[in-house]
Design a protein around this ligand. Structure first.
Ligand code: FES
Ligand code: FE
Length: 417
């Protein structure tokens, strides 16, 4: 036990076996947690919010990531800005966590006052010679990708975010997520390490036994199966499914809706995968009966048969459907606690009770998120136990986890661990 606690992060990375989950300490240790915040949340592009979180000038929302606090706001010229939530006088926090509306950013400590552009406009008791022009709030490097706000706190931001931008701007254009409305938001704190949260999201091996609501709209065969265990009839069905998929993707793309699977998961900084997935059953949306929850579709979408554009990154997962979108942000809170912030988006003019029923809109992912929180807590409890040893991934259903674990180790190495 003593050796395990004293081993360096580097030796934990050395101990990772391809095809297996990570050594326990990489999920549980405080020093690894702080290294993760640095490598994966301060030096990578992370998804933190949406343009439509701040639809009007003066809307602001504070997002905390570790000891860093960010203000996402819309300024008086309707431009999106992201600034550090640290007063340039003696560093006090300007705004508390969560959403608010402001005309200026006023520090409650000594009333230094900033315009929504971040410029310092008022600093009492500082004398005539005091130069306010070099005391603006620190701006944060950000990109809006189809209305999703990604930030990077590093001086040298990884340039390979551009591939994500190129692909998703086109893919999301018809949905006009920039001008959508956040119909609902739920924060769940999972009692587990953030990497267990992400691993859990990257497989659906657990879906049929744990997500009865989600499975109405998910196509089981999409998430891997063991071909050797299939009966001849099931094998025929699986082959027919693969053929049907490639037909649907061809047909969507012929109609101008990019759909093919694209991933950047190896030898990269920005880690993502996207594909347009078929929705099972009624085929329209991730609801209890797979029919649309909102009669007012997103953006310029008019068709109900556009499936689900899924997009995952190293701190998010998303589903964009014709009638609504579900988007989740993952922020580590400690080695054993992770915030999962889920938002449901609808057309900006969709009216609750008229165009959509909030219960129908949110039911599937409220249940799924709670079920996943329970699974992640179970996984974390187990990896803390001295009986845990890295487990073998299913080559049919957990290949994406193996890729994620390998990417994790590679990125840690690239940062000198
Ligand atoms: Fe903000 Fe003094 S710390 S005004
Ligand atoms: Fe799940």
């Amino acid at each position: 036990m003593l050796n395990r606690l004293q081993s360096s992060i580097s030796s934990l990375l050395d101990a990772r076996i391809k095809g297996h989950s990570l050594p326990a300490g990489l999920y549980t240790r405080e020093d690894v947690f702080h290294a993760d915040l640095d490598v994966f949340f301060a030096n990578q592009w992370i998804y933190v919010g949406l343009e439509c979180d701040v639809p009007e000038a003066g809307d602001a929302v504070v997002i905390d990531v570790g000891t860093t606090s960010l203000i996402l706001l819309r300024d008086d010229d309707d431009e999106i800005r992201v600034v550090r939530n640290v007063c340039r006088h003696r560093g006090a926090r300007l705004l508390d966590a969560g959403p608010t509306v402001v005309s200026k950013l006023v520090c409650s400590y000594h009333q230094w006052t900033y315009e929504l552009s971040g410029e310092l406009s008022y600093a009492p008791h500082m004398g005539k010679d005091f130069d306010k022009s070099c005391r603006s709030l620190k701006a944060v490097n950000f990109k809006s990708i189809g209305g999703l706000i990604y930030v990077c706190l590093a001086e040298n931001a990884p340039p390979d975010i551009e591939r994500l931008k190129e692909i998703m701007e086109e893919r999301l254009a018809p949905y006009d997520i920039r001008n959508a409305k956040v119909a609902h938001q739920v924060d769940v704190i999972e009692k587990g390490n953030w990497k267990l949260t992400i691993e859990n999201n990257r497989e659906c091996y657990h879906c049929s036994a744990n997500h009865p609501e989600l499975c109405v709209s998910f196509v089981d065969l999409d998430f891997g199966y063991d071909p050797e265990s299939l009966s001849p009839e099931d094998r025929d069905e699986a082959e027919a499914h693969v053929a049907m998929y490639s037909e649907r993707i061809k047909s969507w793309e012929a109609d101008g809706f990019p759909s093919s699977a694209i991933e950047q998961v190896k030898n990269c900084n920005t880690n993502f995968r996207t594909q347009r997935l078929i929705i099972a059953g009624a085929g329209e949306s991730q609801t209890e009966d797979a029919t649309a929850a909102s009669s007012r579709f997103l953006g310029q979408v008019t068709r109900s048969d556009l499936g689900d554009i899924h997009l995952w990154g190293h701190n998010s997962w998303n589903h964009f459907m014709g009638d609504h979108a579900v988007t989740a942000i993952v922020i580590p809170l400690s080695a054993d606690a992770t915030l999962v912030r889920t938002k449901w988006l609808v057309h900006k003019d969709a009216v609750e009770g008229v165009d959509y029923d909030l219960g129908k809109l949110t039911h599937v992912w409220v249940e799924t998120t709670n079920q996943d929180a329970e699974l992640v807590a179970r996984a974390h409890a187990g990896v803390q136990d001295s009986a845990y040893e890295p487990g073998v991934y299913s080559k049919f259903s957990e290949g994406a986890l193996d890729d994620f674990a390998s990417w994790y180790v590679d990125r840690m190495r690239a940062h000198g661990y």
